[in-house]
Design a protein around this ligand. Structure first.
Ligand code: GYE
Length: 362
């Protein structure tokens, strides 16, 4: 794999780390990591201005398909599994030159990255968008330049004709699955008619995963007049942020007024658990609070077996093979049958976690 210097001069206004080299050693070896920024964005104190000095576009590796991957940034263990799946599949030995761009949790950087990958004349762009909006112009530029874009994981709010296809999860259905599990659990516990107070920890605002899960959850909860979402707080899918949010929440409301915590990913639930541990709040099978989350990480299985987590609705991060199939179809001139491809997912809980933990790959 060739690593090419690409000429960016990063000047820091204040603090911050101009290096976006991911911690992941594998990524550091295999990938060209670009620090992408907006040229001329109105930098506030604490932000960097990045002056883009474009050298010569990288020379093409003969015979390899040049794939640009625009990733969100590192916000969860799910994301690491998702990224590593691409790294392990789009390798030189399988005919690919992967150009990885870490969006560093900045939608603006992702948009700039798309423009830069088009300038690099990549063969395909795989876009893992942070949020759905802001893509109208850049996606048009890619299409006009003849660079097919495959969207994966979250979706983008543009006309279907602007990109080849999308592959990911049905987040709305995931949200409904979580509440359906709660209905069954409370029925088994003869608690269906109790007043149930729910705290919802939401993912990143504007991200399809958060939008869809919240819609599914709210719709199903509203069908129960004795159930109420008493607090809904955003923690951006991040464990540390969720711990702070939960600690703050426990300062504001009495934990005895919380019956259920629904967290829109496992990492935020882990953070909430740390906060509850620090406050001496009991949760899980032996505790006072029912714990429901999403992703079904290996660590979630461990917590379900320990009885700390009741259920995790699986969200499959292994999208590389599905994306590759779309690329190969295009390469071979085959039609891409669908505009949206949904991945298979299950629901795992404290009852079946020990049966499945051995099969988990992330
Ligand atoms: O659930 C979460 C990650 O977009 C499905 O983003 C993904 C979500 C996933 O931060 O852990």
């Amino acid at each position: 794999m060739r690593i090419q210097p690409w000429f960016y001069c990063v000047s820091q206004r204040a603090g911050g780390d101009g290096s976006y080299m991911r911690k992941n050693r594998l990524a550091a070896i295999c990938l060209l990591i670009l620090s992408i920024g907006l040229f001329g964005c109105s930098a506030e104190a604490g932000e960097e201005t990045i002056e883009i000095i474009r050298g010569e576009a990288p020379r093409r590796e003969e015979g390899l398909l040049r794939i640009g991957l625009i990733q969100t940034g590192k916000e969860s263990d799910w994301r690491d599994a998702n990224t590593n799946d691409y790294l392990n599949n789009f390798v030189e030995g399988r005919g690919y030159e992967l150009i990885y761009v870490d969006g560093n949790s900045s939608p603006e950087r992702q948009v700039q990255a798309m423009r830069d990958l088009v300038w690099q004349r990549v063969d395909y762009i795989i876009l893992q968008p942070i949020v759905e909006t802001g893509w109208d112009e850049a996606i048009k530029e890619a299409k006009q330049a003849g660079v097919p874009v495959i969207v994966a994981d979250r979706q983008i709010a543009v006309d279907d004709g602007e990109y080849v296809a999308w592959i990911g999860s049905d987040f709305y259905d995931e949200g409904k699955k979580a509440v359906r599990w709660l209905e069954n659990y409370l029925e088994e516990e003869n608690r269906l008619n109790e007043e149930i107070n729910i705290v919802l920890l939401e993912g990143t605002e504007g991200a399809t995963a958060a939008i869809g899960r919240t819609e599914g959850i709210v719709e199903m909860v509203s069908a129960h007049e004795n159930w109420k979402i008493v607090e809904s707080r955003c923690a951006n899918f991040m464990q540390g942020e969720a711990q702070s949010v939960m600690e703050q929440l426990l300062e504001e409301i009495d934990s005895s007024d919380i019956d259920v915590i629904i967290s829109e990913n496992d990492n935020m639930m882990f953070g909430a658990m740390k906060a509850m541990d620090r406050k001496g709040v009991s949760y899980g099978l032996e505790g006072d609070i029912i714990t429901i989350s999403f992703d079904a990480l290996g660590e979630a299985f461990e917590k379900m077996i320990e009885g700390k987590l009741h259920v995790s609705v699986e969200c499959n991060p292994l999208l590389a093979k599905g994306v590759e199939k779309i690329i190969l179809d295009l390469q071979q001139g085959n039609p891409v049958e669908e505009k949206r491809y949904y991945v298979e997912e299950k629901v795992f809980d404290y009852k079946n976690a020990s049966e499945y933990i051995g099969e988990r790959v992330y």
